[in-house]
Design a protein around this ligand. Structure first.
Ligand SMILES: [Zn+2]
Ligand SMILES: [Zn+2]
Length: 252
């Protein structure tokens, strides 16, 4: 199983999950045109996608969903609360491609078993996803104010994890964002900091993860080298070495 980030950050999120013949997208927060181009760079035609899974209705996750459904006939999966919250933003929809699951109930898309899990974030019913194909496992866990026990329990043991490393606390504090927005980001329904990602990565590696991709970086309050070094140092303090014990990268 492979998780490939097509776009990550405050300006749009989408990643490709590949397992055997099954290809799925998690979120499409970029235009349909950009998504098709990014898929093409990875040798995937949009028509090959077995589905798009939506984590939550924020625009950086759903911008291209309507176009992808209409243009390429791709089924879109979201829970009923998320469908209710995003339907008005997607344009005209063909009901054949609307797939609804209830809260965090597991289901399958092609050869991939999908387990949604609730995440603490300010949206209708936001979820992350765990994937299992019988041989390998992966998870997408971004847009979380805190790493809850439920999240850690669900993604424990996943070989590959796309983990949020949204902001550097000092850059956020000193930065130009208005106070209420700063409060929202660092709040329990906001986003994980680089330090939070460091703690999460330590736990994940101790539970068997081998590959961690840091994602959803803020363009204002973070940069790839800082996220990488912060998490790498946190791991080092716990006796875990990048390249020896895990592969660490940043989705930009
Ligand atoms: Zn969000
Ligand atoms: Zn987001």
């Amino acid at each position: 199983m492979e998780i490939i980030s097509l776009k990550s950050g405050s300006k749009g999120n989408s990643c490709l999950v590949l397992s055997g013949a099954t290809k799925i997208l998690v979120d499409c927060g970029i235009s349909g045109k950009s998504a098709a181009a990014a898929l093409g760079k990875n040798g995937v035609a949009p028509e090959e996608l077995a589905g798009i899974l939506v984590t939550h209705e924020h625009s950086d996750h759903i911008k291209g969903i309507g176009v992808m459904m209409r243009r390429y006939g791709i089924p879109v999966y979201a829970n009923s609360a998320t469908w209710a919250a995003m339907t008005g933003d997607l344009g005209k929809l063909n009901s054949d491609y609307i797939k609804i699951f209830e809260k965090a109930e597991p289901f399958s898309v092609g050869d991939i078993g999908v387990t949604p899990f609730e995440i603490p974030h300010d949206a209708a019913y936001p979820v992350g996803y765990r994937f299992d194909d019988g041989h390998d496992s992966g998870a997408v866990a971004t847009d979380m104010g805190v790493l809850t026990e439920e999240v850690m329990r669900t993604i424990a043991g996943c070989r590959t994890v796309l983990l949020e490393s949204n902001h550097d606390i000092n850059m956020l504090e000193a930065g130009s964002y208005p106070y209420p927005l700063k409060q929202r980001i660092r709040g329990s329904l906001g986003h994980l900091s680089n330090d939070d990602a460091g703690k999460g990565a330590e736990l994940l590696v101790k539970m068997g993860s081998e590959k961690i991709i840091l994602g959803h970086l803020s363009e204002e309050n973070n940069y790839p080298g800082l996220a990488f070094e912060t998490v790498k140092s946190a791991l080092q303090r716990a006796g875990i070495l990048v390249d020896r014990d895990l592969m660490l990268s940043v989705a930009t």
